[in-house]
Design a protein around this ligand. Structure first.
Ligand SMILES: [Zn+2]
Length: 432
């Protein structure tokens, strides 16, 4: 799979030429300083941040970021969803905007890089353009999306639209999303117009930390994201028969826990039987009645499957269903599988992949194509136009933790690849 993609990429790369000469990079020292300053908002004793969307720390951090946007020469506004939007008008008003950005909210006990790197690198690029008086043809919009980690609110508001259930849900801050949006200066009653039309952007580009350990392990500075995986969640109820654990002979049991164990093992076997980056997990389990001395009569567990290919997810799920029937027979149990509607994979644009690859190559940075196993605002922006994503290494593959770390040099590389990519997306299309 990977070799196939790399070969394809190499072939296509030979026919794609980038415009002009590479621009000197961004101001890495300033970017690092901004990241450190942002880390003060919601700082926790473990060295990370708890900057949960709609919290006081989130509001204060956003004020700081808004100031950076203004210093970068961007015209700023907060839309009705609470997204921070910084605009730099292009020289050709008829062209669609190019959007770059990410988020600055964190999970509880989160780190200083997830979202922050992409948001502050985007602002740094705007500031660099401003200082060097570089005019882009397209209007540039830097967007810091609201509430990525909880409801993915800001990008959903732009991409697919927000429904009442999402607005009424209670966020980690304790506020409903609706009240949270108001708290941040948005207007939940006027959120519908935030949604943009399909084909309304030239491109959406996002720099993000990998949140996994692949790039570090392979000593690669840049990942070119092929797409953001789709996810299928399924609740599995296994019914057996609860009976005395001392007096029920082994050959007369209908043990729901044994069936669950075989099922978990089967899932792992099915997922790993084929090449590819698909993943499958049993993430939680509850046994009833739940005592040392009772053979479990009922087990409920949750499984999820992720891949870039929706058809592959379907196929794996079908195999797992079939396997559950066999396990039910062996163990004298019944299985009920209730799958939720899967989230669709969002593929990145192949032309943007090429431009990112060429940009990295030009900067002397090795890169590889890879899926994103985590969700991002980009998956929603895909409803509006082509998306491209750039990953940089996460040390130790750690994320959603105060121990999350990316080296300043990796952040600088990522920001420069984003900068170079932006300039080349902006350049007039060559005849090909
Ligand atoms: Zn993120």
């Amino acid at each position: 799979m990977r070799i196939h993609h790399l070969t394809l990429l190499a072939l296509l790369m030979s026919t794609t030429t980038l415009a002009g000469t590479p621009e000197p990079g961004v101001n890495s020292g300033r970017l690092t300083a901004h990241l450190q300053a942002l880390a003060e908002y919601g700082k926790n004793p473990q060295g990370g941040v708890s900057r949960i969307a709609y919290s006081d720390a989130d509001r204060a951090g956003r004020e700081y970021v808004l100031g950076l946007m203004r210093n970068a020469g961007l015209t700023t506004s907060t839309d009705a969803a609470g997204n921070l939007v910084g605009t730099r008008t292009g020289t050709e008003p008829g062209l669609k905007p190019i959007v770059i950005g990410s988020h600055i909210d964190s999970v509880p006990e989160g780190g200083n890089y997830d979202g922050d790197v992409g948001s502050l690198a985007a602002i740094e690029i705007a500031q660099t353009l401003n200082e060097r008086k570089i005019q882009l043809h397209h209007t540039l919009q830097v967007i810091v999306f609201v509430d990525e980690e909880g409801a993915m609110l800001g990008s959903i508001a732009m991409g697919h639209g927000v429904d009442a259930a999402r607005l009424n849900s209670v966020s980690q801050s304790g506020k409903t999303v609706r009240d949270g949006v108001k708290f941040l200066g948005g207007d939940p009653d006027r959120i519908d117009p935030v949604r943009r039309n399909p084909h309304s952007i030239e491109a959406y580009l996002e720099l993000h930390i990998e949140q996994g350990g692949v790039l570090e392990r392979e000593h690669l500075p840049i990942g070119i994201v092929e797409g953001i995986v789709g996810i299928l969640d399924c609740e599995v109820t296994i019914e057996g028969f609860a009976n005395h654990a001392g007096t029920t002979p082994m050959n007369q049991r209908r043990d729901a826990m044994l069936a669950a164990a075989r099922f978990t093992d089967a899932l792992n076997r099915i997922i790993t039987a084929k090449p590819g980056a698909q993943v499958g997990t049993v993430g939680w389990i509850r046994a009833q009645p739940g005592a040392y001395n009772v053979v479990p009569g009922k087990v409920v567990l949750g499984l999820e499957i992720r891949d870039l290919d929706a058809a592959k997810i379907e196929d794996l799920y079908a195999q797992i269903r079939k396997e559950s029937e066999a396990i039910a027979k062996q163990t004298g149990t019944t299985f009920l599988l209730e799958a939720h509607a899967p989230s669709e994979p969002a593929l990145t644009d192949s032309h943007l992949q090429l431009i990112i690859a060429k940009s990295a190559e030009r900067l002397g940075l090795a890169a590889k194509l890879m899926p994103s196993g985590a969700g991002h605002d980009a998956q929603e922006m895909a409803a509006l136009g082509p998306i491209g994503m750039i990953f940089i290494p996460s040390i130790g593959g750690i994320s959603h933790s105060p121990k999350e770390f990316s080296r300043p040099s990796d952040i600088e590389n990522g920001a420069n690849v984003l900068f170079e990519t932006l300039r080349n997306v902006d350049a007039p299309r060559r005849q090909q």
